[in-house]
Design a binder for this molecule. Sequence first.
Ligand SMILES: *[C@@H]1O[C@H](CO)[C@@H](O)[C@H](O)[C@H]1NC(C)=O
Ligand SMILES: *[C@@H]1O[C@H](CO)[C@@H](O)[C@H](O)[C@H]1NC(C)=O
Ligand SMILES: *[C@@H]1O[C@H](CO)[C@@H](O)[C@H](O)[C@H]1NC(C)=O
Ligand SMILES: *[C@@H]1O[C@H](CO)[C@@H](O)[C@H](O)[C@H]1NC(C)=O
Ligand SMILES: *[C@@H]1O[C@H](CO)[C@@H](O)[C@H](O)[C@H]1NC(C)=O
Ligand SMILES: *[C@@H]1O[C@H](CO)[C@@H](O)[C@H](O)[C@H]1NC(C)=O
Ligand SMILES: *[C@@H]1O[C@H](CO)[C@@H](O)[C@H](O)[C@H]1NC(C)=O
Length: 478
Amino acid sequence: MAVSQRSAISIKLVANLLLIGLINLSVTECRRHVSYESDVTYSAINCRKHTAFLTDFGGKGDGETSNTAVFQAAVQNLSQFANDGGAQLVVPPGKWLTGSFNLTSHFTLYIQSGAVILASQDESDYPLVDSLPSYGRGRDGPGGRFSSLIGGSHLTDVVITGGNGTIDGQGSLWWEKFHSKKLSNTRPYLIELMYSTQIQISNLTLIDSPSWFVHPVYSSDVILQDLTIRAPVDSPNTDGIDPDSCKNVKIQDVFIVSGDDCVAVKSGWDEYGIKFGMPTEQMIIRRLTCISPDSAVIALGSEMSGGIKNVRAEDITAINSESGIRIKTAPGRGAYVTDIFVDGMNLHTMKYVFWTTGSYGQHPDQGYDPKALPNVDRINYRNVVADNVTMAGNMGGIEGDPFNGFCISNVTIGLSEKPKKLQWNCTDISGVSSNVTPKPCDLLTDKGSVECEYPSDLVPIDTVQLKTCSLSSTSQIL
Ligand SMILES: *[C@@H]1O[C@H](CO)[C@@H](O)[C@H](O)[C@H]1NC(C)=O
Ligand SMILES: *[C@@H]1O[C@H](CO)[C@@H](O)[C@H](O)[C@H]1NC(C)=O
Ligand SMILES: *[C@@H]1O[C@H](CO)[C@@H](O)[C@H](O)[C@H]1NC(C)=O
Ligand SMILES: *[C@@H]1O[C@H](CO)[C@@H](O)[C@H](O)[C@H]1NC(C)=O
Ligand SMILES: *[C@@H]1O[C@H](CO)[C@@H](O)[C@H](O)[C@H]1NC(C)=O
Ligand SMILES: *[C@@H]1O[C@H](CO)[C@@H](O)[C@H](O)[C@H]1NC(C)=O
Ligand SMILES: *[C@@H]1O[C@H](CO)[C@@H](O)[C@H](O)[C@H]1NC(C)=O
């Protein structure tokens, strides 16, 4: 790297680094401890010109020393390369304890095989941040919001990937505090990127988030791929992935075990979400496998007050979940859930295959407008096989505001040993069906032989080609 680039660093940063005592570690000494796998390649939306290791900044992977200031200093230092080919920060094998830190633009966080980012369990490591404008308050309660473990706002081109390295949220303490009502602020999410574009999160194992795992919000062009996400099935609100007021999103080849919905598509809450008015749209979910005995494989809502439209799901597998796709909304939510397309679900051990709820409670405050009714329309499901099912369809709309335009075709549902007597309970809905067993309710008119629609075009994110990047063929910053 050119000397002029080095001198570009601000005096203030150097002073800060001196202050927190990072410089007293010889950098060359650190480098010798790094097991440098020079042949590692990976796929990403963009490769980076500059490479640094967490150890270059004084990181200690002993599982006990806090690396919060190290991560923050590393990202700040590497942000100087945003307009010079970008930088990648490599987290080597080891256990790297840290509190909250933010990412920067044109940046890759690469978590090597054998590396674990270990989330601190100390509340003070998660400074309070503003509530989201489309929610009006924290999701857990009216107090503040702890910042997420890994965050970022107003970023362009940011990648979190690795050789299946791990981010461990160490959520158990948070879950206990949540259950015993000892928290006055909303729990941290594991990863939250806001107002950002060109995001990739891939080839990682994410475990035990304090609450939601991956929360892209007010963002676009998002790729979430090759992820293993795992929390105990009784852990509170550990949703796997929550795309929230986001556009052009791909979720592909993801395995999730969760105490809540595996994927929950959202767009803000009641009057706050209506006012903010930012939908989630143009989304594809492909090859998702979900275990979630008390929640949905894919939920649409319940926060959907900016609208949800043009969401596609294909090749979905569930092993013990409460429901397949679930639409959750209520008077007060407003907006819409429209143009939903599902092709191919293979479901084992389910309470419901189809579930819609028009009376989902939970409002941010008393200021919601009960006359703000959601429009649910054009919901298409085809090619579904399920076994060990308790009830085929539990489908409720809203009185005076029916959910319309359902199309359900080519569905074979095998029942459990003690199935419900009433297999389809339909209220305030309308639509058509074709080749569905057991026989649907009369509100889903049998159309003989039709195939429900599934778009033949691609959402734009599906056409993005990943590049082959390397940890070695770039200039080391030190
Ligand atoms: C941050 O980057 C500059 C180059 O601009 C470098 O001189 C400095 O040593 C870096 N800081 C650390 C802690 O590595
Ligand atoms: C993730 O790893 C798998 C192999 O483990 C590889 O086939 C795939 O290309 C990787 N994906 C990305 C986005 O790097
Ligand atoms: C991360 O970014 C958010 C949003 O800009 C900000 O509120 C927060 O203070 C930042 N956190 C850190 C640790 O810098
Ligand atoms: C990644 O690691 C998890 C366990 O941490 C494992 O279950 C999963 O199969 C691994 N994924 C790949 C692609 O190797
Ligand atoms: C019906 O669905 C099954 C399971 O997805 C699939 O194998 C089959 O090809 C479908 N039949 C038609 C006519 O599309
Ligand atoms: C069927 O579902 C029940 C729960 O409803 C479960 O206990 C049982 O193990 C499942 N059977 C099979 C064969 O998966
Ligand atoms: C059917 O659904 C309606 C409305 O959601 C509910 O009130 C009713 O109890 C359900 N009936 C049965 C038998 O589950």
